[in-house]
Design a protein around this ligand. Sequence first.
Ligand code: NAD
Length: 324
Amino acid sequence: MKIAIAGTGYVGLVTGVVLAHIGHEVTCVDIDKDKIEKLKKCECPIFEPDLPELMSKNFDKLTFTTDCAKVYTTAEAIFIAVGTPEKKDGSTNLSYVYTVADQIAKYAMRDCTVVVKSTVPIGTNDKIEQYIIKNLKHNISIEVVSNPEFLSQGTAVKDMLYGSRIVIGAETVKAKSIMSEIYKNLNQPIIFTNRRSAEMIKYASNDFLALKISYINEIANLCEVLGADVEDVARGMGMDPRIGDKFLRAGIGYGGSCFPKDTKALHWLGNYHDYEMKTIKAAIEVNENQKLRLLKKARKYYESFDGLTVAMLGLTFKYNDTRN
Ligand SMILES: NC(=O)c1ccc[n+]([C@@H]2O[C@H](COP(=O)([O-])OP(=O)(O)OC[C@H]3O[C@@H](n4cnc5c(N)ncnc54)[C@H](O)[C@@H]3O)[C@@H](O)[C@H]2O)c1
């Protein structure tokens, strides 16, 4: 299938390369000229194990460009994989997504499926579809599908090639069949649902993992006071298959590009609909306090940090990245 990808970040580039690998003709679009120049030379702009190899192996099926007009004109499916950062109040900045929606409405000249991979608040896909249809410049039919992404940075290629599930939120039989066709060469279970449920699966999954981290951090804080060893406690808990051993590592809290914004976004959305998500609120608060606890601990040893030389360990969670 002829597929366009808007955004060549972690999600867009990995998606593009994997879709080319499973047989599609893929064009990746980005507004970042330097990134596109690198990609044109088959240079990978991010560190991801296996990505450079898979990219060069499938380079004949991949095109990189900043010219979205040309690409969206003929694409059968357009994936949106641009950033959705948080705003100051915790809500989601959807301006990048709507810019792509505008471009699709303006340039698409054949019936096409718009696949939203970006993490967007529940209800956004419905609005994007209405928005594109309202602004279409040509007499075509488009449909928006929610297809949230679950990859982790550092194992992104593996996660996409051998993921635990593909979630598709589609409203029509036609959209479902197009998505089945796109993913038919990936041997993964597909969960079909409506768009809002697909959007919620993404937030509910990320926020649950964040919650798990905050939970073990609270247990760790109490362990410290009571003389228990949180690593043993986590091991003992994690061997219970109902709990699982993932995301039970106590530390200074979660960070990265998704958990902080996705917890705040769902909490904000709940409040907006007059429903306070108390568990998520607690996860966020515990996470904020956890960072300060480290500082408090350090203060026990040093009255002032002025002039101290400090070594920081663990600045990257990509264990194979030798550049840091
Ligand atoms: N990074 C992750 O681990 C991860 C995992 C799952 C889901 N997500 C979600 O996927 C989305 C993308 O995340 P990311 O980490 O890949 O973002 P990113 O910031 O790494 O990449 C976004 C890219 O989009 C480009 N862009 C912006 N406007 C554009 C436009 N109009 N046309 C074409 N390109 C444009 C930017 O230049 C950038 O290269 C977010 O919603 C994020 O929450 C991220």
